[in-house]
Design a protein around this ligand. Structure first.
Ligand code: UT7
Length: 333
């Protein structure tokens, strides 16, 4: 069996923070944020909102488009580093809400690359006969772990969720549409470039030693932006080439390139390295900021719902993130 994307969906918080809002919060300017990142605004969850508040509607929208009922879903993956609670997994909350009775469900931690990893895992489970309809959500509420007094990271991130339904189709399907290939990588030696040190078993919140309590910053996301930037460009270009080569395709065959929306300068640099033809790279970072695992499925849903992806189009997805992790997927629509 081959795995095919049969539905897409997205959901983001209503509340928006603009660059003008940040000018009032930290020592920054719209000009700095725009020229260094391309970001103009981002959607931010309220105090009461959590990941499942966006993951569930995104999953439901994807299921509706696919025409797949909840009870037909046998696998739910939520790629995230900001689940509702440390455990149980948010995927089980989604599984229950969509009526996927008894479906396997787990959260997947690969940061901004999580959605690509989810596609890869689900693809192999479908090909191996372990699942027929999978819901894969990439969702993040990074605003809950961002330090809004730290200008270098505060302006970058946004919240939201995107989802796809991946369904089994027979190999002899005429259009040969489906997920052609997924490649996934990691390099733990670069784990300090982006991390959140608190809240795990190394620095537990509420630990008797009070570690995280004494150092509030352990609960915040930390990033070495400059070094991350360089690795991002290199790994995104590398893995995109790898997935194209695996399918005997090159950049001229790509109808839509959807890179992880972290920074417009990274997107431009990668597009140039890959020689993606003009106008074929999808960019929405100006409206969402970096939504981590949600960025690719949100972009995919925008393009798809706007009717801009035609049957037979080749869509290249690639991401990098904390871990470090990086990966790419190639889809024939
Ligand atoms: O998906 C997660 C992966 N993460 C990323 O993709 C992030 C990758 N990195 C980046 O996007 C960029 O490195 C940043 C946007 C984070 C920073 O851009 P940069 O061009 O690398 O700037 P920088 O860190 O070298 O900082 C340049 C200057 C510094 O001031 P000095 O030392 O030159 O006086 C910073 O303090 O810009 C300053 N700065 C700011 N100024 C105004 C940093 N943040 C801000 C800010 N507003 N928000």
């Amino acid at each position: 069996m081959r795995a095919r994307i049969t539905g897409t969906g997205r959901s983001v918080p209503e509340k928006v923070l603009t660059n003008a809002d940040f000018e009032k919060m930290v020592d920054t300017t719209d000009e700095w944020i725009t020229t260094r990142t391309g970001i103009k605004e981002r959607h931010i969850a309220t105090e009461d909102e959590a990941l499942s508040d966006f993951a569930i509607p995104a999953a439901k929208a994807a299921l509706e488009m696919a025409g797949v009922a909840g009870e037909q879903v046998d696998l739910v993956i939520v790629a995230t580093v900001t689940s509702d609670r440390t455990f149980p997994a948010t995927s089980s909350i989604v599984q229950d809400a969509i009526g996927a009775k008894g479906a396997a469900a787990f959260d997947l931690s690969a940061a901004c690359t999580g959605f690509i990893y989810g596609l890869g895992v689900a693809q192999h489970m479908i090909a191996g006969g372990a699942a027929r309809n999978a819901v894969i959500v990439g969702g993040e509420v990074l605003s809950k772990i961002v330090d809004y007094s730290e200008r270098a990271t505060a302006v970058l991130f946004g919240d939201g969720a995107g989802a796809v339904v991946l369904s089994a189709v027979a190999e002899d399907d005429e259009v040969q549409s489906g997920l052609l290939s997924v490649k996934m990588h990691s390099d733990g030696s670069l784990g300090d470039l982006i991390d959140r040190p608190g809240g795990g078993s190394r620095n537990p919140i509420n630990s008797p030693s009070g570690k995280a309590g004494e150092n509030g910053h352990l609960g915040y996301l930390r990033m070495r932006g400059n070094e991350t930037f360089k690795v991002a460009v290199r790994t995104l270009a590398q893995v995109s080439k790898e997935v194209l080569a695996a399918c005997d395709l090159d950049a001229t065959d790509v109808n839509w390139f959807i890179p992880h929306q972290a920074n417009l300068r990274i997107i431009d640099a990668v597009g140039q390295r890959l020689h993606i033809p003009e106008g074929r790279t999808y960019i929405n970072v100006e409206r969402y900021g970096n939504t981590s695992a949600a960025s690719i499925p949100i972009a995919l849903d925008e393009l798809n719902r706007d009717g801009r992806i035609a049957a037979g189009d080749v869509v290249l997805l690639s991401a990098f993130g904390s871990g470090l992790t990086w990966g790419a997927g190639l889809v024939r629509w």
